[in-house]
Structure formats: structure tokens, C-alpha cells
Design a protein around this ligand. Structure first.
Ligand code: BES
Ligand code: MN
Ligand code: ZN
Length: 505
């Protein structure tokens, strides 16, 4: 998509279509919409007065301009009630507008919300671009498109010269971030058949090359030498070997290697993604219904790769490390068995009471690996538990943290991006539940359903010695219908949230 920001008069721009956002219940449009209405001799207020268009969020209405405007058509899009307006509404309505205009070559819009909406112009432009790109997203690797998307140009027009620079910055950020969300969606949507741990590593290397990131991939032999018993145990049931993928972004021109950094500035933020490319449950096999969705069990990894791309493209001033613990969880004659005891790379032993609680096993090795960076903070992102979906549904990720100030930063980023998080507890008492008779801990409770998301998190907490947060994205990673900028399948959740966090750090 080609995105531009231009200074001009919305009534004069020569274009296929201009898109105007209208609040619910408005009868006499003001601002730019008012100017368009006057140029159209009141055609717009007539539509509003007759109730043909009410401004409900996502409602659309086409008007022909009959040569009274530079534009051939006007696309009205409802912004919903002004009390509930936000940048996320801008994302949603921009997505709807882009889909409705997908067969036109170009769409011209105001940065929704930058005028009467009262949003910061940069944020308004960013959200407009993000919504447009996310709304047009489709996963078409294996499918002939029903109606091809012809829309290849988005023009953002603004009257006042002072806003142009901010709008340009917002549009550029929006484009980079949305493209990175789409990368995460593509990875997560891809079947386990082709996106194996080795292939995920190859994609990461390719990405690193393109972006100038340092990339290291540890294969099963090196994992063995490093004592990464969690990743190896989960991977051993499959013919596809596991991998630990490390990506490093370092903005400083003459770098001491990230791992040798001392105290203070320059210490990295580490992101760790669960990269189970397919989760059958292993010997503790899952029921057949819906098992196909377990190709999304690497959505955390996908988000981490998306963030690394955006961080590099936006040249953020802080160091960021992305870790991906990749494995395929399958049953076989070589598979990990319930009752087995394994050793994680920090020496802790784990009795595996359920091979379907595999995410915590691979992540524990990644969290131990993160210790060597002396990180400012570590955030892991994982489709960890079905229990988190039971608790929060598809509206928020579960947030767990051992550091109040980190948790607050994440909550703030969630509010800003609309990628919601909800805090869940890490009570000491949960540790009792994962005590084992024969090992240091066990990987799942065998006493009925209780606090499953917190138990997963308390397990991970055993492997951290730094400010840490865990995002359980099982509910929000795929098939979320409540946002108009989502498509079926992967959402790319986490990329926008973590980018906001890193940009504000
Ligand atoms: N990948 C699943 C969690 C999951 C379930 C994600 C549904 C998305 C949708 C995870 O590996 C898992 O199987 N967790 C178990 C843990 C249990 C065995 C302690 C679960 O949630 O049932
Ligand atoms: Mn599982
Ligand atoms: Zn899993």
C-alpha cells in the first residue's frame, strides 16, 4: 500500500473517493464534513436528516458528487457515539472503509479523529493507516481471492499546515507497525505442515538479514550442550527437531555485545515467544474437535518476530532481544511421557504430569537464557492456557508480573493500543499446587480445574530473576470477532501493544 499525507482542501482533491467519518446522531455536520456538505448543496445533511445514515459505528453510505467536488464519490462511515470515540474506533472504521472501497484504486481520507474527534494528529494518522492495512489483510497463500483487492493507495489530506509533520510521522509509524502485525498474522495462520520449528528459524534468519539484526539459531545438538531439557523434551516426539531462535536489535553504533552489558542504560528488553508450531498435546493428547487451531500455538513467537521487525524499521533507541522457543508437540514412540522427569537449563527438575502443558517447558529454557542479558525487563508472550480464555474470553490477554511498575507500563500501553490486558494473580499459594514428590516442581496440577492460567504463570516465575511479565494470549491470538479490523484467523495480538511499550520506554 502506498500511503501519503498531503496538505489540501478536501472539497478540491481530485480522487476516486473521499472517506468522511460521521459521529452517531449528528444532523448538521461540522468541520471538513460541513465543507463537503456545503459543496454538495446540502446532500449530506439531507441523508442525515432522512435517517438514511445514522452514524452507527461501522455503518457506511456512498454518495455521488456529480462534479460538485474534486472527488467522484464520498464514502460516509459511522464513528459511533462521540462519548465512546477512541483511536481504536478510528482503526475499526478505517478497516471498514478500506474493505468497502477495496475495488477502487485509491481512497482519500482525513486522519479520522484529528479534527473534531480531538485525537492527537499523529495518533489519528497512525490509527487510520493501521486500520486500513489491518482491515485489508487476508491470508491468501493457499486460496484464490474471491474479489481481488485493487486498493493500493491511501491519501491522507489535511487542511492545516501545522499538522502535516505529525500526520506524516503517524502515518509512517502506522504503516510499519501494521505491516509487522500482518507478518505476525501470516506466520500464525500458516499450517504446522510448512511452518515447522526449522522453517520458523529460517524465516527469522531471513528477517534478520533484511533488517540488519543479529540472529542465532540453536539446533538440537547445541540445545543438548546448553542443557535445554525443556525445549528438547517437548520436541523429541516429533521428526521435526526443536530450535531456540535469538534475534538481537542493538541501536548503539559501537556495541559491546548485548550479553556483556553491565548495569544501567543499554541493557536490553527481552521478549520471549512460545513457538509451538503445532500442539497435539503429545501423549496427553488433545480431543479431536478444534485441534486444527493448535497451529496458532506459535502466535507468541509470531508477535515477537513482528515486534523485532517494527523495532528495527523504526530504529528505536533501546536494545531489544527476541527469543523464540520453537518445537512441535507430537506423540510418538520417542515422545515425552507423563511421569517423566526432565531438567531445565538452570538445573531445576520438572516432573511432567501432563505433556499438553508444554508451553511452560519450552519457555522456561528461554527465560533462563534471558538471564544472561542482565535485562531491564523480560516479557514472554504465549498461548499458554485454555484457562485464560475461560477467565477473560477473547477480550483481553492475562497479565502476570513480578514487578508493579512493569505491569503498569504494560497496562498503559494496552489502553493506548486497544490490545487489552487484565491482571491476574501470582499468589505464593499456587506454588503448593505444583510441588512434586519426585522432582523440584511438576508442570501441571492434577487436582481438578483451578486457576489454570495462574498455575502456568507461577511455573514460569520459577525461572526468572529479573523484572518480568507474562502475557497469556490464548484467547486473543486468533478468531476474535469483536474488532472490525480483524480477519478470521490470527489477530497478530501483541505487536501493537509491545511496540507502544517499547516506544514509551
Ligand atoms: N496451547 C495450549 C493452550 C491453548 C488452548 C491455547 C486453547 C489456545 C487455545 C496449551 O499448551 C495447553 O494445552 N494448555 C493446557 C494446560 C493444562 C494441560 C495444564 C490447557 O490449557 O488445557
Ligand atoms: Mn498444550
Ligand atoms: Zn500449547
Amino acid at each position: 500500500m502506498h500511503v501519503s499525507v498531503e496538505q489540501g482542501d478536501i472539497t478540491k482533491v481530485e480522487t476516486e473517493a473521499i472517506c468522511l467519518g460521521i459521529f452517531q446522531g449528528v444532523q448538521r455536520p461540522g468541520g471538513a464534513a460541513g465543507a463537503v456538505d456545503r459543496a454538495l448543496d446540502g446532500a449530506l445533511s439531507e441523508v442525515l436528516a432522512d435517517g438514511d445514515f445514522s452514524g452507527k459505528k461501522g455503518e457506511v453510505f456512498w454518495l455521488r458528487t456529480r462534479g460538485k467536488l474534486g472527488a467522484k464519490r464520498v464514502l460516509l462511515v459511522g464513528l459511533g457515539p462521540s462519548e465512546r470515540f477512541s483511536a481504536d474506533v478510528v482503526r475499526e472504521v478505517s478497516a471498514v472503509a478500506a474493505r468497502v472501497a477495496k475495488s477502487l484504486p485509491e481512497l482519500t481520507a482525513l486522519a479520522h479523529g484529528a479534527g473534531i474527534g480531538g485525537l492527537d494528529p499523529q495518533l489519528a494518522a497512525q490509527a487510520t493507516v493501521e486500520g486500513t492495512l489491518l482491515g485489508l489483510y487476508r491470508f491468501e497463500k493457499f486460496k484464490k481471492p474471491e474479489e481481488p483487492i485493487k486498493l493500493e493507495r491511501l491519501r491522507i489530506v489535511e487542511h492545516s499546515a501545522e499538522k502535516i509533520e505529525q500526520l506524516k510521522r503517524g502515518a509512517q509509524q502506522g504503516q510499519i507497525i501494521a505491516d509487522s502485525v500482518c507478518l505476525a498474522r501470516d506466520l500464525a495462520n500458516e499450517p504446522g505442515q510448512s511452518l515447522t520449528p526449522r522453517e520458523l528459524a529460517r524465516r527469522a534468519q531471513e528477517l534478520a538479514q533484511e533488517l540488519g539484526l543479529r540472529c542465532e539459531v540453536f539446533d538440537e545438538k547445541i540445545l543438548e550442550q546448553m542443557g535445554m531439557g525443556g525445549i528438547l523434551a517437548v520436541g523429541k516426539g516429533s521428526d521435526e527437531p526443536p530450535r531456540l531462535i535469538v534475534l538481537e536489535y542493538n541501536p548503539h553504533p559501537i556495541p559491546p555485545p548485548l550479553r556483556e552489558r553491565g548495569q544501567g542504560e543499554g541493557r536490553p528488553i527481552v521478549l520471549a515467544g512460545k513457538g509451538i508450531t503445532f500442539d497435539s498435546g503429545g501423549i496427553s493428547i488433545k480431543p479431536r474437535e478444534g485441534m486444527e487451531a493448535m497451529k496458532y500455538d506459535m502466535s507468541g513467537a509470531a508477535a515477537v518476530l513482528g515486534v523485532m521487525r517494527a523495532v528495527a524499521r523504526l530504529k528505536l533507541p533501546i536494545s531489544v532481544v527476541g527469543l523464540v522457543a520453537a518445537a512441535e508437540n507430537l506423540p510418538s514412540g520417542k515422545a515425552l511421557k507423563p511421569g517423566d522427569v526432565i531438567r531445565i537449563s538452570n538445573g531445576k527438575t520438572v516432573e511432567v504430569t501432563n505433556t499438553d502443558a508444554e508451553g511452560r517447558l519450552v519457555l522456561s529454557d528461554a527465560l533462563v537464557y534471558a538471564q544472561r542479558y542482565n535485562p531491564q525487563a523480560v516479557i514472554d508472550v504465549a498461548t499458554l492456557t485454555g484457562a485464560c480464555t475461560i477467565a477473560l474470553g477473547k477480550e483481553a490477554a492475562g497479565l502476570f508480573s513480578n514487578d508493579e511498575s512493569l505491569a503498569q507500563k504494560i497496562q498503559k500501553a494496552a489502553q493506548q493500543t486497544g490490545e487489552r490486558v487484565w491482571p491476574l494473580p501470582l499468589y505464593e499459594e499456587y506454588k503448593e499446587i505444583i510441588k512434586s514428590e519426585i522432582a523440584d516442581i511438576k508442570n501441571s496440577a492434577n487436582k481438578g480445574p483451578q486457576a489454570g492460567a495462574s498455575i502456568g504463570a507461577i511455573f514460569l516465575k520459577e525461572f526468572v530473576n529479573y523484572p518480568w511479565a507474562h502475557l497469556d494470549i490464548a484467547g486473543v491470538a486468533y478468531d476474535v470477532e469483536s474488532r472490525l479490523y480483524h480477519a478470521k484467523g490470527a489477530t497478530g495480538y501483541g505487536v501493537r501493544l509491545l511496540m507502544q511499550l517499547l516506544q514509551d520506554w
